[in-house]
Design a protein. Sequence first.
Length: 148
Amino acid sequence: MSREAVAVLVKARGYVEQGWVQHTGRMGDRRCAGQAIDDALHDLDKYGTHDTVRWEVMETFHQVIGIYNIPNWNDDACRTKTQVLIAFDKAIALLTPPEAGEKVVVPRVDAELAAIIDQANTKIEYQVIPVEAPGVSMKQKVLDLLGV
């Protein structure tokens, strides 16, 4: 199921990338995190008939953001679009375990983690940007992959 859940999260992330909104599900082409997930489930025909995909997507996203109420998390006055996109990136990463010898792409890392990856001389590709979202530590996930 993880591949289907990843596809939903990638599509939902794309919706938020196009435009993000708070305090409503959708405004024009802009969507909140929850609406983006619902729309992706519908667009990929994963809503209703494939409840296990919906459950996996929601549980993973809840794990990343640390609460079960996505609208409340999304609408927090301090929330930013960047934090929402990072949450999607982390959820996607959680559902994308590498296979032996497979190249791993980590979408966003901080400078300290980039140095650790470089020293390990691995097949991990990354983009360095400031990471500001709380929740599941992408740094810890990569360190675990490296066995550090």
